[in-house]
Design a protein around this ligand. Structure first.
Ligand SMILES: [Zn+2]
Ligand SMILES: [Zn+2]
Ligand SMILES: [Zn+2]
Length: 122
């Protein structure tokens, strides 16, 4: 099936629209309302159009896939990890009375806290 998806990719990049057939083959359903417009959205990938466009990974409409969502989740998880590691020494220095064993990353922003969320997120 690789040859087919490569071919479709090339077609899509050449500016030929995602067709009803491509849509149906990928999702098993006929496109509803503005489905095809969203697949062919020229602003796909820009802010506010995260679920527009055609996903090259699973060869289907972006709004039926979790690829972009998954990517954002991974990015924010990495960001939280970085924040935690960067801020931990300073946090422990400022809170000498807190047991380092119970300090962990804030579930929202990753900042060190002894609770579920840090002071900024409370
Ligand atoms: Zn759009
Ligand atoms: Zn996908
Ligand atoms: Zn926080």
């Amino acid at each position: 099936m690789k040859a087919i998806s490569k071919n479709q990719l090339k077609v899509a990049k050449d500016g030929v629209r995602i067709t009803r057939q491509m849509f149906q083959r990928s999702t098993g359903n006929l496109p509803q309302q503005d489905d095809l417009e969203r697949c062919n959205c020229p602003k796909a990938g820009q802010s506010g159009h995260d679920s527009c466009g055609w996903c090259e990974v699973h060869n289907g409409p972006m709004f039926t896939c979790l690829c972009s969502l998954r990517k954002r989740e991974l990015e924010s998880a990495q960001l939280q990890k970085d924040t935690y590691q960067k801020e931990l020494p300073g946090y422990l220095a400022q809170h000498p009375d807190e047991d380092p064993e119970i300090v962990g990353p804030c579930s929202h922003c990753g900042y060190p806290t002894s609770g579920l969320s840090c002071d900024n997120c409370k």
